[in-house]
Write a protein that binds this ligand. Sequence first.
Ligand SMILES: Cc1ncc(COP(=O)(O)O)c(C=O)c1O
Length: 400
Amino acid sequence: MTTDKSDGLIYMDHAATTAVESRVIEAMLPFFGQQFGNPSSIYTFAQTAAHAVDAPRDEVAPGLNARNSEVVFTSGGAESDNTALRSAAFALRDHGDHIVTTAIEHHAVLHACEWLEDLGFRITYLKPDGDGFVSADQVSAAITERTTVVSVMYANNEIGVIEPLGDISRSVSAKAAEFRHPIVFHTDAVQAAGWLPLDVDALGVDMLSLSAHKFNGPKGVGVLYTRHGAPFAAQAMGGSQERNRRAGTENTPGIVGTGLALEIAESARIESLEGDDSVLRMRDRLIEAITAIPKTRLNGPRAEGRLPNNVNFSFAGVEAESLLVNLDFAGVAASSGSACTSGSIDPSHVLLALGLRQDMARNSLRLTLGRENKESDVDRLIKVLPPIVERVRRLAGPGR
Ligand SMILES: Cc1ncc(COP(=O)(O)O)c(C=O)c1O
């Protein structure tokens, strides 16, 4: 449907990125060519571009149950996360200097926190339980009179665990009322889009980050939802684009593509709830077949509280890199941990936070499905994987 992949490739790395949906490409094309105007120019020719960067807000807002004026387009998930944290921390610095987050966030959040730490802010990194869950009680206990920002991801990019944002939000609000100053509640929902409801009121969030290339939209475009009235300090300064919340000439084709891609992803999600959810069924088949391989651990929750398209395993004595290379030879595109850290041999910070040993935290395999995967892809994967695991183990020698 959306992809034109090389022959026979089984793509199971949708958490890393996805192909741009054909209808999305079509909608974007005119804005690279004929409609190249700068949305900020006043002449008539540019008005089509001005409309083009505004109209997609009406496509994004309903999925978020937000107002279109609360939607800010950015250059991606990393920028949305960076902006949310830095902006909220600085806007509220008269009230405090403490941020609460989790140890399993994406580096876009963790590195922004480290940067703030260097500037004198204090950060509490909550440790999840063995499945990756962080509780509302933990968040509540971590909030102090100096806390101004809480950032907890909606769904984890490595292990697919879904955090209880509604409960956490209630704890944050109760603490904000107790301490009589605002506490901004942000969530990184980059991996949730297209799989989980994004209703910002039900989730109780003030800020929410999305990345278009994770839901069959273009790369290099993101969304930062900012609740009306939430403290905000622009991070990119210059022009007055995005209602003074992000300077810079808008990525017209990217924004057009993002609006349509989110609308399509939301309809597909709602459709899957009404009918038979083939992605969920494939995920459960993968879990059943792969956990049957000896000395294999499923990372993250078994079913409840897990993204429908994510599985993650550690195989004792099997180096992730050898496994991935062998899978590549077999025509399977998969990854170990997040795409941003693969290629590095560091153990996954997410798996370490879950309490895994260094070797098990280094040797993980993440498979993430998309709506275009078929049962036959799962058939082939579960046929090729066990002998590869066995071979890599054998080559690694005894004692591994
Ligand atoms: C949870 C999460 N947050 C943020 C990002 C960064 O998104 P982007 O690639 O659009 O900068 C990613 C990308 O993998 C992610 O998985």
